[in-house]
Design a protein around this ligand. Structure first.
Ligand SMILES: NC(=O)c1ccc[n+]([C@@H]2O[C@H](COP(=O)([O-])OP(=O)(O)OC[C@H]3O[C@@H](n4cnc5c(N)ncnc54)[C@H](O)[C@@H]3O)[C@@H](O)[C@H]2O)c1
Length: 326
C-alpha cells in the first residue's frame, strides 16, 4: 500500500485526492494546503470536469498539514501529487525531491527550462520518480488517436486540428490580477495539453507559425520533421464562465476521426466506406495516477511521460510566446 499526500487542495488537488482515496492499493495519508480556514468548505462545487461524486466524509478524515515538512515528519509518504499554481512548481518540487519523495507534478512543468533541468537532475540524484501530469496522454480518446498515428490504422496522418477553449479560470490565483500573470496564460494553462500531445506523437516541431492571436486566444500551426501532416492548435481563454470544450479532428489517407470533451468516450470515424463509432472508456486522471504508481512500484522511468519531454514542451511553448514578441 503506497502512501500518497496531495499538495494544494484546489481545483486539481480535489480530483487527485478523490482518485487516491478511491484507489484500492493507495492511502491518502495527508492533504497539504497553506490556506487559512476550512479547506473542505465548498469543495462540492470545485473539481474538474463536472460531477465528481466526492467521498466527502472520507476526505474530511484525512490529516491536513500547512507545510510539507510537517507532513513528512508525521506521515512519511511515498509520493506527493503537487497541485499548486505554476509559479510554485519549482520550489515545492525541489523541496519534495530533497525530502526523498517521488513526485507527480501537475502540468505544466516549470516556466524556465533551467529549473526543469535542475529538477530532472535532482530526481536522478535522489533516485526518485518525477513525472509531469500531462493527462491528455492518458485520456482514452487521445490514446486511440496516438495509436492510429503509430499503427496507421487509417493510413498516413495528414492533419491534426485541435481546439481547446474555455472561460479564464474563476478560482484560486486567477482571481488576482497580479498573481495570475505568473500562471502562464492560456498557452501554458490550456494549449500546452495539445502541444504536448502532438509532440508526444510526432517529436518536436521544426517551425512554428502564429496565424492569429487575439488577447488570450491563439491559432498556431506546427510543422514536424517526422511527418508531412499539417498540425493546427487553436484555442485559449474567452470571457470568464464561457463553457469549456476540447475538440480534435484528425484526418488520415483513408479516414478521419473526431471527438469532443462534450461527448466523452465517443470517437466518430468517417471513411469513404461509411461512418463508424468507436467507444472508449476510462478516466485520464485515474490512468495517469495508475501509471505513476506503477513506475514507483517497479522502479521504472515514466517512459510514457518523461520529465525531459515535458521540459521540451515548455521550450516549444516559450518559442511560441517569443515569436509573438518578435
Ligand atoms: N490537468 C488538468 O486538467 C488541470 C486542470 C486545471 C489545473 N491544472 C494545473 O493544476 C495546478 C493547480 O491548479 P488549480 O487550478 O488546482 O489551482 P487552485 O488555485 O484551484 O488550487 C491551488 C491550491 O494550492 C494551495 N497552495 C498554494 N500555495 C501552497 C503552498 N505553498 N503549499 C500548499 N498549498 C498551497 C492553495 O491554497 C490552493 O488551495 C496548476 O499547475 C494547473 O496548471 C491542471
Amino acid at each position: 500500500m503506497k502512501k500518497i499526500a496531495v499538495i494544494g487542495f484546489g481545483f486539481m488537488g480535489v480530483v487527485h485526492a478523490k482518485n487516491v482515496i478511491t484507489a484500492p492499493d493507495l492511502k491518502l495519508c495527508a492533504i497539504i494546503d497553506n490556506r487559512d480556514g476550512d479547506i473542505f468548505a465548498g469543495i462540492e462545487s470545485t473539481g474538474n470536469a463536472g460531477e465528481l461524486n466526492l467521498p466527502l466524509e472520507k476526505l474530511k478524515q484525512v490529516q491536513v498539514y500547512k507545510t510539507l515538512q510537517k507532513c513528512v515528519t508525521k506521515q512519511q509518504p511515498d509520493a506527493v501529487i503537487i497541485c499548486v499554481p505554476l509559479f510554485l512548481h519549482y520550489e515545492l518540487t525541489k523541496q519534495a525531491l530533497n525530502l526523498g519523495l517521488n513526485v507527480l507534478l501537475e502540468k505544466p512543468f516549470c516556466p524556465v527550462p533551467e529549473q526543469c533541468q535542475e529538477l530532472i537532475e535532482l530526481a536522478h540524484t535522489k533516485q526518485k520518480i518525477l513525472m509531469i501530469a500531462h493527462c491528455v496522454r492518458f485520456a482514452p480518446e487521445w490514446q486511440f488517436l496516438a495509436e492510429c498515428i503509430k499503427n496507421q490504422r487509417y493510413g498516413e496522418l495528414q492533419l491534426i486540428s485541435t481546439s481547446r477553449i474555455g472561460g479564464e479560470p474563476t478560482w484560486g490565483v486567477w482571481q488576482d490580477e497580479k498573481t495570475k500573470q505568473y500562471c502562464g496564460g492560456s498557452l501554458l494553462d490550456l494549449l500546452i495539453h495539445d502541444i504536448d500531445f502532438t509532440n508526444y506523437c510526432l517529436g518536436f516541431p521544426a517551425t512554428i507559425n502564429i496565424n492569429l492571436k487575439c488577447d488570450e486566444y491563439w491559432e498556431i500551426a506546427l510543422n514536424y520533421p517526422s511527418s508531412p501532416a499539417k498540425i493546427s492548435i487553436k484555442g485559449g481563454f474567452l470571457h470568464r464562465h464561457s463553457t469549456f470544450e476540447s475538440t480534435c479532428a484528425a484526418t488520415f489517407a483513408n479516414g478521419s476521426i473526431r471527438f469532443s470533451s462534450l461527448e466523452p468516450g465517443v470517437i466518430h470515424v468517417g471513411a469513404d466506406t461509411g461512418t463508424e463509432t468507436v467507444n472508449v472508456s476510462g478516466d485520464a486522471y485515474c490512468n495517469e495516477l495508475e501509471y505513476f504508481i506503477g513506475c514507483i512500484k517497479h522502479r521504472l522511468k515514466p517512459e510514457k511521460c518523461l520529465p525531459e519531454f515535458s521540459m521540451q514542451t515548455i521550450e516549444v511553448c516559450n518559442k511560441i510566446s517569443q515569436s509573438i514578441l518578435n
